[in-house]
Design a protein around this ligand. Structure first.
Ligand code: HEC
Length: 478
């Protein structure tokens, strides 16, 4: 194993030198890492031991700590979580960004081909990995108000990615962020360039990311300051085997978020989902459902100030405004809130990677996803109002399958329920374009099972430059 990322002193020194903005327009606050208090360690021996011992409770406990740790207040503005200071996918793949000041790490050795895993056991009934989702045409108000934040394509308008938020094409306001070590690895090895990935492929090499790599995917939900805001909540509304569209739009349980906290636990009727269309393009009328009122204090949340609004790019504003229009038919205003509904946190603390993901729940103490919350964990905010799933390098079940590990908000809008982080992320590599031969994808004829345990040396990855579990690399390289 290479040792560059393992020296904590070096890591701290690099963090300090690199805190300068990447470009003149960068308004991001100074970089703040997860505190080691929350158990985060690049080269995490304790975590490796827990995985070796198949100690599920210990890895889940670690997952809870990471999640709470990454949501802790940003020192320079404690109303935001610290990850707001992290570089995003958008930054990392902008070719014009300067390279980091770190020494070049050199390219990794090719993965050993010895000891190839046996062919995967199929799940028998394998659903299609992509489910047809409702369309969200960009509202005219957004196109008129933020003309530089939209791009017109053959299929209508789409919203560009902003500095803080990226367009998810639905109500969720997404951010994919990277630790400094993660950002630096992508910049230093020019993994943002397709040519570089093609060169790795030609040389029969894979990407090998440093142990300091952390990546996230966080979802905010717009919440108006005046009145109630509907939020569909996952209450196992669909069975595990359901292979059709499972996104939040079709869930039948709702809460109504109340920033005033005064309305108690009453039941209200709410209207939501404006301007949506079926996958075929027919208009979907707004939906009406009963919702239980819940206090905004039960969510990690942030009140958007005028200062924030000025800090956001036009695309950030367009993303947030489209979200509120689609959800409750009003443009988002300064003074309204962003509430955390879901988050993926992925780290390479161990070479086999750690995957954990959380989502908000009105019943956060029920079921298997509530298990193993560390009782001694003292963290700011309602970290215990969320449920957590995990996907570590554990053996498969009797049928050769991994457990389902899915975030109902994040994967629900595109994939069937029975998927697993690890199965899909190990497939990440170059080329992933269907026109290339060979190519990798979320599901291949040679490795169709969405819960099969796949390892990088599986035969179905032959000829592919794997990108070390990071889908953003092949997806975003230019
Ligand atoms: C069926 C495929 C699939 C599944 C299942 C899946 N992901 Fe992803 N994930 C992706 C793709 C594709 C992207 C890249 C999106 C982009 O380019 O912005 C991604 C992006 C991410 C990112 C941003 C950084 C990166 O590495 O690309 C994180 C973090 C992440 N996923 C975590 C998870 C976790 C945790 C789970 C399980 C709870 C999960 N994913 C399940 C396909 C999947």
């Amino acid at each position: 194993m290479r040792s560059l990322a393992l020296n904590p002193c070096l890591a701290i020194a690099l963090t300090t030198t690199l805190a300068a903005p990447v470009s003149a327009e960068d308004t991001r606050p100074p970089y703040q890492p997860i505190s080691p208090e929350y158990g985060y360690r690049p080269d995490n021996e304790a975590l490796q031991k827990a995985v070796d011992a198949q100690d599920r409770a210990a890895v889940r406990e670690h997952g809870w700590r990471l999640w709470a740790g990454i949501m802790q207040p940003l020192e320079s503005d404690p109303t935001w979580p610290l990850w707001l200071s992290w570089r995003t996918t958008f930054d990392a793949f902008e070719a014009k960004n300067p390279p980091p000041v770190t020494p070049h790490r050199g390219l990794p050795p090719a993965h050993a081909t010895a000891g190839a895993t046996p062919l995967p056991v199929s799940t028998g009934n394998v659903p299609n990995v992509n489910t047809p989702s409702p369309k969200y045409p960009v509202p005219t108000y957004v196109i008129d108000t933020f003309p530089n934040a939209v791009t017109k394509g053959d299929d209508g308008y789409s919203i560009n990615d902003g500095l803080f938020f990226q367009s998810n094409g639905d109500i969720m306001i997404a951010t994919e962020s990277l630790s400094q070590g993660g950002y630096d690895a992508i910049r230093a090895d020019e993994l943002y360039l397709k040519d570089k990935l093609a060169a790795l492929q030609a040389a029969g090499e894979n990407v090998d990311l440093p142990l300091s790599y952390v990546s996230t995917k966080h979802m905010y939900w717009p919440v108006r300051a005046d009145g109630l805001t509907p939020l569909p909540v996952w209450q196992n509304n669909l069975p595990d085997w359901f292979s059709g569209y499972a996104g939040y739009e079709v869930w039948n349980t709702l809460v109504a978020i109340d920033p005033s906290g005064s309305q108690g636990k009453s039941d209200v009727l709410v209207d939501y989902l404006y301007g949506l269309q079926t996958p075929e393009g027919a208009n979907i009328p707004p939906q009406k459902r009963h919702a239980r009122v819940v206090d905004l204090q039960n969510f990690y949340h942030h009140k958007v100030t005028q200062y924030d609004w000025d800090m956001f790019t036009e695309a950030d504003k367009a993303i947030i405004t489209a979200a509120s229009l689609w959800l409750y038919d009003e443009p988002f205003k300064v003074g309204d809130y962003l509430a955390t509904v879901a988050m993926h946190v992925v780290t390479k603390e161990i070479p086999s990677w750690s995957f954990q993901s959380v989502w908000w729940s009105p019943t956060p103490n029920h079921g298997k996803y509530a298990k193993d919350r560390p009782k001694d964990l003292k963290a700011e905010g309602p970290w215990d109002q969320y449920l957590l799933t995990d996907s570590y390098d554990f053996p498969v079940d009797g049928e050769g399958n991994l457990d389902i590990a899915v975030n109902p908000y994040i994967e629900g809008v595109i994939h069937p329920i029975a998927t697993n982080c690890r199965n899909c992320h190990v497939r990440a590599g170059y080329p992933s374009s269907p026109s290339a031969t060979p190519h990798t994808s979320y599901q291949n004829a040679a490795c169709p099972g969405l819960l099969t345990l796949l390892t990088p040396d599986n035969a179905c990855f032959e000829g592919i430059a794997l990108s070390d579990f990071a889908w953003i690399i092949p997806d975003r390289a230019k």
